[in-house]
Ligand binder design. Structure first.
Ligand code: PLP
Length: 467
């Protein structure tokens, strides 16, 4: 590795008066130096303080530029070994007319972003056993196109499981298997438009991909305000034109608040009074730690709620297996919308999941993952109490993520500092609806994704960057 940078600052040729600004100028200069091979992989860069002094610019400007280049994969940053040119940032020594290469996006060493379970815990052996049994027992018609609602074996097993574990009123005839919550939402968007619904209210914090899907279906997505009791469903009555509402009642994503019983009742009252529909996203309902899981809202009125569950958190997102439990009157339209595209999950995967649930392996897996995530949740809370006692953590009763409030104006810099440490983090603001009231600064910390071996390092990196 190269540890000399004696002429580094002077070599960079940045133009402090450049129109794009100092940070952008410095980033361009560094990228160019790597691209042309002037800075070779492994070369250690000077500290931000040294380079700032060298170039006569603010230290923060250098630190920000370094952090962004780490995030882009040009540089790496490790505690104790400083910032270096990444091994994969291949120099291009070719002619100057060669097209500019796009930076290689390098994965950070650690990620505490929300959305994924620990993929290393996928129950391979039990899944394989279930797949073997399912394939052996599969009738010939399992290899055909089949019912667009999905395999009856899985729908039957799910009806029992969802009633027992989530309090869902389910009948195999009203269940439709889909390839993920997003697939179910797309189908609902299509059906709602066909029914001439123009607006679907969404929570003021949520995943933008869900709002985008609804908008692509031609629906407007006004937002429902949110407070410490969950989404203010009482306000639906005043939102003229709204024909459906998308909610995460068991564990609001991402704030982590369970929808208060009064708010659940208000949502159902609105749906009954206005002839509206509630789309219930039960993405992580199985993971509640300190008491019994909050049952599904659907149990309050199965004819007004479309319940949507997924295996993406409980097993793995790569399976692309999810389920909708529909009001009777919607089954035909949803099945038709799905059949038109013929975009279904593999019959063999469906039969395997049915077998996996029926054999008790699903319950065992969920139980063991609940213990594992609960331990992590406890470790996170303990580490924060010790290392950042002034910061409030919330949303910890359930799910695979927590929300950590930050001092005002620090969200962005903490995320950048984390990137600098090789830790991917997301701020709460990233999930805010465009029309929502600005909220406080906070981090959404996904503690589910790291493997056990990465968890301690990720937690330590997090604690190091907290104000
Ligand atoms: C709020 C929320 N809903 C639903 C899902 C699951 O989506 P899918 O089943 O399409 O993987 C996720 C996954 O990250 C989520 O965060």
């Amino acid at each position: 590795m190269t540890d000399s940078w004696a002429t580094f600052g002077a070599d960079l040729h940045i133009d402090p008066a450049g129109a794009a600004g100092l940070r952008a100028g410095l980033m361009d200069a560094l990228r160019e130096a790597v691209r042309t091979g002037r800075l070779t992989p492994g070369t250690r860069l000077p500290s931000s303080r040294t380079l700032a002094a060298d170039l006569g610019i603010a230290r923060n400007t250098v630190a920000d530029a370094y952090a962004e280049l780490v995030a882009e994969g040009w540089l790496t940053a490790r505690q104790g070994s400083g910032t270096r040119v990444a091994q994969r940032a291949e120099p291009r020594r070719a002619a100057t007319t060669a097209p500019r290469s796009r930076p290689v996006r390098r994965r950070p060493a650690y990620s505490l972003t929300a959305g994924s379970p620990d993929l290393s815990t996928f129950p391979r052996a039990d899944w394989l056993k279930a797949a073997r049994r399912a394939l052996t027992a599969a009738p010939n018609d399992a290899f055909g196109y089949g019912d667009p609602r999905g395999r009856i074996e899985l729908r039957t097993v799910l009806a029992g499981y969802l009633a027992r574990a989530r309090g869902v009123h389910a009948d195999p005839e009203t269940i439709v298997i889909c390839s993920g919550f997003v697939h179910g939402l797309m189908l609902m968007g299509k059906v709602l438009r066909q029914r001439r619904v123009r607006e679907v209210a969404v929570e003021s914090y949520g995943l933008d991909v869900h709002g985008n899907l609804l908008r692509e279906a031609g629906l407007r997505t006004p937002c429902l305000p949110l407070d410490l009791l969950g989404s203010r469903t009482g306000e639906l009555a005043g939102m003229r034109g709204v024909g459906a509402v998308l909610l995460t009642p068991a564990h609001q994503f991402p704030t982590g608040v369970p929808l208060h019983p009064d708010r659940r009742a208000a949502a159902v009252d609105w749906a009954r009074g206005a002839g509206g529909l509630i789309l219930e996203d039960d993405y992580d309902g199985e993971f509640r730690y300190d008491r019994q899981p909050v049952g599904a809202l659907q149990g309050l009125d199965p004819e007004r709620v479309v319940y949507m569950g997924t295996s993406s958190k409980s097993l793995a997102p790569g399976l692309r297996l999810a389920w909708m439990v529909l009001p009777h009157g919607l089954v035909g339209e949803v099945a038709e919308a799905k059949g038109e595209v013929d975009w279904a999950s593999s019959a063999l995967d469906q039969l395997t999941l049915a077998e996996f649930i029926e054999s008790g392996a699903y319950d065992r897996h969920v139980r063991s993952m609940r213990l594992r995530y609960r331990r992590r949740r406890d470790q996170l809370v303990a580490a924060l109490a010790e290392r950042a006692p002034a910061l409030h953590v919330s949303g910890i009763a359930a799910g695979l993520h927590a929300v950590l409030e930050l001092p005002e104006g620090t969200e962005r810099s903490v995320i950048q500092a984390a990137a600098w440490q090789g830790l991917a983090l997301e701020g709460l603001s990233r999930f805010r609806h465009a029309d929502a009231e600005p909220g406080g600064d906070a981090l959404v910390i996904g503690y589910g994704a790291p493997t056990d071996s990465a968890w301690t390092g990720a937690l330590e990196a997090l604690c190091r960057v907290l104000p």
